[in-house]
Design a protein around this ligand. Structure first.
Ligand SMILES: Cc1cc2nc3c(=O)[nH]c(=O)nc-3n(C[C@H](O)[C@H](O)[C@H](O)COP(=O)(O)OP(=O)(O)OC[C@H]3O[C@@H](n4cnc5c(N)ncnc54)[C@H](O)[C@@H]3O)c2cc1C
Length: 489
């Protein structure tokens, strides 16, 4: 596969604020077709792989094989890893066979669905990548329940369920895999009303580190673990059963911009953002995106307008240099605007903490802004959470730990291959340290960074110990391992 790169797209992304939520860059959803073009490989006689396995369920690829690089390539060009073997699995049986073969060969295993892991945890140097590209089917169980395979992208998922008038709350980038986003939580425009993506999962099929297949249901310890702590930690989910809800009819976007900001004005805008966004109805989502000295403030809505929303719109219309007040548009058409571009890029993104309100960052914001204003490139973003994400029932059933925090922040930096990212990456680290030193230590599992100290606590809070017990039960030999996978303890 060749990804058509256009430098203008990256520049557009930067100018627009580089939002992972609303102007994301996404990987092509043509992976299945490309992978399907490849017939099971006939190796030369004497091949160890050929001798070890004759199966229609999985095809093994080595470095010299055509498509090895394409299948291995993740969305982040900045983090490259080269596995010894890719196991291209066609079904659950293939995954079990691949795990059996990895165990026999003493290979560690990484799992790849949509390939959008910020730190490329879906590949592994010298180990086996279980590649699920072929497993992207969407199958209806009844008119409200749908079974989805993990490498189905969000674009494919929305394309399949919106025409039936149904919806699953998830992110907006079309190339993100259902597998990764669900197993780490999953939030976006719809989460404040309907919960995280993982909250809608009612059943799953899971192959553990021993190669054993489990049908996972509500109440199982595994189900708890897979809702927020399932990314490449102790096995492979081969399908999820989701409850769906009626899709809203329309979607409205309001956007405000403020230019040439200084610290004083930025802090005023930020305080105002916290003050007004906390009252927004659950049908709204908001993001405060500071890209160097430009603010882009986004508010989306799929419910009726109410007083709190009107107040926020009026306030930011007055405070900002530019306001674009939207009208309700067709939901499916609107979502496509956020699917993003189609090829891997160089970037560093990471969670920058969960916040309660402005007070959470009051002691660090001056230092953070000094760095963001130093040089073009860093994007500091604060998104709304809250609402039904904080549902006690969801909390009980999942290991996603940070439900009570109504805001999630993230840092982003995009560059093209001609640029040396060293200085900006250093600034990125500086901000992470400032936040940590100021007590901002809760982080989103799906926005990982190797730079996080105490990452287990940061991602899983008090749930880490229970996750370790589950790890010991389902992957006692630690077959599934990446830099931040759950440890055996
Ligand atoms: C451009 C962009 C936009 C994004 N927007 C959002 C957003 O709006 N909301 C949000 O919540 N997140 C968002 N994310 C973060 C996203 O949720 C995570 O990167 C997610 O983990 C990606 O899933 P994936 O399947 O594409 O990636 P992969 O790289 O394939 O997988 C990510 C992790 O999950 C593991 N994994 C994947 N599939 C399985 C499986 N079947 N069984 C076990 N482990 C598995 C992998 O091993 C890896 O550790 C965004 C990311 C990007 C790059």
């Amino acid at each position: 596969m060749t990804w058509k790169k256009d430098r203008r797209d990256v520049v557009k992304l930067l100018l627009a604020g580089g939002l992972s939520l609303y102007i994301p860059a996404c990987q092509s959803s043509n992976r299945k077709k490309e992978a399907e073009g490849k017939a099971p490989r006939k190796k030369d006689s004497g091949s160890e792989i050929e001798e070890a396995l004759h199966s229609n369920n999985v095809t093994f690829l080595q470095k010299a094989d055509e498509q090895f690089n394409e299948l291995n390539q993740g969305f982040n060009l900045a983090v490259g890893k080269i596995p010894a073997l890719i196991a291209l699995c066609a079904n659950t049986e293939g995954v079990a066979e691949a795990i059996g073969f990895a165990r026999k060969q003493g290979l560690k295993v990484a799992v790849k669905s949509g390939g959008h892991s910020f730190e490329n945890f879906s590949s592994i140097n010298d180990g086996m990548q279980i590649n699920l590209s072929l497993m992207n089917e969407v199958r209806w169980i009844d008119e409200k329940t749908v079974k989805i395979q993990p490498s189905c992208t969000l674009r494919e998922m929305y394309d399949a369920i919106l025409p039936k008038g149904r919806m699953i709350p998830a992110g907006s980038c079309g190339g993100v895999g259902v597998g990764g986003i669900t197993l780490g939580g999953g939030y976006g425009f719809f989460a404040r009303k309907f919960g995280l993506t993982c909250d809608l999962v009612s059943e799953a099929t899971f192959v553990d580190g021993n190669g054993k297949t489990h049908h996972v249901k509500k109440g199982d310890d595994l189900m708890w673990a897979l809702k927020g702590g399932g990314n490449g930690n102790f096995g492979v989910v081969t399908d999820f059963t989701f409850k769906t809800f009626p899709a809203p009819d329309s979607f409205t976007r309001h956007r405000f911009k403020a230019y040439k900001l200084d610290k004083i004005r930025t802090k005023e805008l930020l305080q105002t953002y916290f003050k007004y966004s906390k009252n927004l109805p659950e049908s709204c989502f908001a993001a405060f995106v500071l890209n160097y000295k430009t603010l882009v403030l986004l508010i989306t809505n799929y419910g009726p307008r109410n007083e709190a929303l009107d107040d926020m719109i009026d306030t930011f219309s007055a405070l900002c240099d530019d306001a674009s007040i939207g009208e309700p548009k067709n939901l499916a058409v609107s979502l496509k605007n956020y699917y993003g571009i189609e090829y891997p890029i160089y970037f560093k993104n990471a969670s920058a903490g969960y916040y309660e309100n402005y007070e959470t960052i009051a002691s660090s914001i001056d230092q953070v802004l000094d760095i963001v204003f130093r040089k073009r490139g860093l994007i500091y973003q604060i998104n709304t959470l809250g609402g039904n994400i904080n549902n006690p029932e969801f909390e009980k059933e999942s290991c996603y730990p940070h439900r009570s925090s109504p805001y999630l922040s993230e840092l982003q930096y995009y560059w093209d291959e001609k640029k040396d990212p060293t200085a900006l990456l250093k600034s990125f680290d500086e901000i992470q340290n400032i936040l940590y030193e100021n007590g901002i230590r809760k982080q989103y599992r799906n926005y990982p960074s190797l730079g996080f100290k105490d990452w287990e606590k940061a991602y899983f809070g008090d749930g880490n110990e229970r996750l370790q017990q589950i790890k010991r039960k389902y992957d006692p030999e630690n077959i599934f391992e990446h830099e931040q996978s759950v440890r055996l303890g």
